[in-house]
Design a protein around this ligand. Sequence first.
Ligand SMILES: [Zn+2]
Length: 305
Amino acid sequence: MIIKKIGKLSDGFYAVGSPTTPVYLLDGPLPVIFDGGFTAFAHRYEEGIKEILGDREPAYLFLTHSHFDHIGAVSHLKTIWPKLQIGGSKKCHEILLKKSAVQLIKDLCFESTKNFKEMGVSSLNEKPFEPFDLDILIKPDQKIALSANHSLTALNTPGHTWDFVSYWIPEQKILVASEAVAVYEDDESIQSEFLVDVDAYLKSLEKLESLGATVLCPGHFAVFTNKDAIDHIRNSVKVTHDYLTMTQRFIVQEKSDINRVVSRVKAVEWDNRPWPKQPESAYILNTRQRVKTIWERMKKHGVSK
Ligand SMILES: [Zn+2]
């Protein structure tokens, strides 16, 4: 099944806030929130979590990576629940300490809130992004016990970013992969999400496919269950290879003029895609990084077929 709305996904497990960028909630004696979404949706996440937990408090908020659309509401949630322990990788922690990174996150949060406002989205939080620090540094492939019958494995899955962690709940075969898998866009196209290393991304996908997840939670728009979960990981591999082939061709045709390659990729992928979609500046930032990653790879290994 492909689930495009928020609500219950399996026993004690929920998508909360907005299907565009949900946060996920695993209920139990120590409830866990996964990711911190958009700044603009902070109130929706808060209300959604309160609807499920009532007077109980979430214990942890684990981050997959430090991109603006996955950490935007963390400070708000920490204000509501001051005992909430925020966890992420060491690399994520290092990024959150960088002034330039925080400024970029602030700018992208501002732009996305503006876009949502122009689209007429209601009950937005219009406050700016507030920086925060991590309470827990997660080690690669660390296991975290949540209760007698619940545990969590943090999987080191680089490729989208270097700070990336996916979360695996073996007892329920739930995999919170966010952008370690491709994004299934609102128009049902599939966007490969490697940014920093295409080979690491493919290797991470292989690791995730081997788990046999029955609930697969990407970063945006849709959740996949059962056969669709396996298919989506396989499709993520396919679109990554397709992207690589297309971009290599553009790089050769445009004689390594990165700006021209970026606008050709954008014309194929982004220009005609309907809203809601990634803000233009974030899309260009990511596409430039993907193109550069492929160009560097070509200089090292030549064109792969
Ligand atoms: Zn991301």
